[in-house]
Design a protein around this ligand. Structure first.
Ligand SMILES: Cc1ncc(COP(=O)(O)O)c(C=O)c1O
Length: 431
């Protein structure tokens, strides 16, 4: 390679814009200084960050490799082609589209490929674990489509497949979507396929949350069952912020046309390249070990929190996240979030199924293991984290915040995020 590296230069940023350089440094310190338990977050690798901060950001590339609406795309084409090939290999997929800017965009594209405004879609209700884009009234999914919503059973808190079937028979949806943002248990994709086939619906799986576990072969894949699988690339998967779509070959044209030009303009080629880097990471054997450890850690965290008097919704977890009902503790989700935050434990309040509280207060918290597992933490650390959360929750007057914060510092000190010293030196080129 004779071209000199011309990538992120932190010193140049600091010299020109100390305000934003300060934000970048403070955010890195925040990530390093606390326990990041948001189930939808992770720490991307330096390789992914390098692709994200590259000059590929400059290129307009409307269209797809080999058929763009702009000249000069022959180089960025390679990034997209490599990424697509890796996605096909990783997921055993017939078709891959890496262009959606986000998970919500991927879902909009998938709906756009199969639905017209006013068509019926059947999705999981947000308060039961679904996602905004699965038919809530505040999102395009509930505004533009006739959205019917299913949920979980009150007794088991598992998806109510009888209700899904009954609603599908009654409303004859054109598309059924499963997946969500607070579902701790595995989803029965075969059951959804059967229901979709019975009513002639497209089956869409929004795998945003758990696709990393699928990539790591730690849980079953929805790809053989679904007509279309959408996902984000930044959760367990550990890639750049973004979205992607995998589908059967028969839907490839419709999906590609829906992603561009129906839903988006030019793809973010630096993000597409970063997705390709991430997919290569996911193809390594170490990633499988990571995915298995994510689940083991989530289970240990869930068990530990149960020992602290919190009730795991659905009886526990098979995935990377646990949803905990706090009602027996007398602490709301909002208060729990705030008490933990004060001590450097970052998690989110979350509605539990049939929650008597409004979403802004909520009776639950959601915790996830992707980021702390990337830091190298294991089951014993999860027990320690559960104990710290238990102490923080019981600490109404804040008198033990410093003690909990010291426990957090000990854990993140032993397993630092982004441990290597920051450097702006370019890598050596190999002529
Ligand atoms: C299941 C699911 N789908 C879609 C999305 C939307 O992703 P984004 O925030 O990238 O638009 C999320 C985000 O949390 C999600 O959990």
């Amino acid at each position: 390679m004779s071209t000199p590296y011309w990538g992120p230069d932190f010193d140049a940023l600091a010299a020109f814009d100390p305000d934003i350089a300060g934000v970048v440094v403070d955010e890195l310190d925040r990530l390093r200084g606390g326990l990041q338990l948001i189930a939808s977050e992770n720490f991307t690798s330096p390789a992914v960050l390098a692709a994200l901060g590259s000059t590929l950001s400059n290129k307009y590339a409307e269209g797809y490799p080999g058929r763009r609406y702009y000249g000069g795309c022959e180089v960025v084409d390679r990034a997209e082609e490599i990424g697509i090939a890796r996605g096909k290999e990783l997921f055993g997929a017939e078709h891959v589209n890496l262009q959606p800017h986000s998970g919500a965009s991927a879902n909009l594209a998938a709906y756009g490929a199969f639905l017209k405004p006013g068509d019926t879609l059947l999705g999981m209700a947000l308060p039961h674990g679904g996602h905004l884009t699965h038919g809530t009234k505040v999102s395009f999914s509930g505004k533009w489509f006739d959205a019917v919503q299913y949920g979980v059973r009150p007794d088991t808190e598992h998806i109510d497949y009888d209700q899904v079937r009954d609603l599908a028979r009654e409303h004859r949806p054109k598309l059924i979507v499963c997946g969500g943002s607070a579902i701790p248990r595995l989803i029965d994709f075969a059951a959804f396929r059967e229901i979709a086939d019975e009513v002639g619906a497209i089956l869409m799986v929004d795998a945003a949350h758990f696709i990393g576990l699928v990539a790591g072969k730690a849980i079953p894949s929805p790809v053989p069952y679904a007509d279309v699988v959408t996902f984000t690339t930044h959760k367990v998967l550990r890639g750049p912020r973004g979205g992607a779509i995998v589908c059967k070959a028969e839907h490839a044209k419709a999906i590609d046309k829906a992603a561009f030009p129906m839903m988006q303009g030019g793809p973010l080629m630096h993000a597409v390249a970063a997705k390709a880097v991430n997919l290569k990471e996911c193809l390594q054997p170490e990633y499988r070990t990571y995915a298995r450890q994510v689940i083991a850690n989530a289970q240990a965290l869930s068990d530990g929190l149960a020992a602290e008097g919190l009730r795991p919704v659905a009886g526990g977890t098979d995935t990377h996240l646990a949803l905990l009902d706090l009602q027996a503790t007398g602490v709301t989700g909002a208060d729990a979030e705030q008490r933990c935050d004060a001590a450097g434990i970052v998690l989110n309040k979350n509605a539990i199924p049939f929650d008597p509280q409004p979403a802004s207060i909520a009776s639950g918290i959601r915790v996830g293991s992707p980021a702390v597992t990337t830091q190298g933490m294991a089951e014993d650390d999860m027990k320690a984290i559960a104990s710290l959360i238990g102490t923080a929750l019981r600490d109404a007057d804040g008198s033990r915040t410093a003690e909990v914060a010291a426990g957090v510092r000990e854990l993140v000190g032993a397993h630092p995020a982004y441990p290597a010293p920051r450097s702006s030196s370019p890598p050596q080129s190999a002529d």
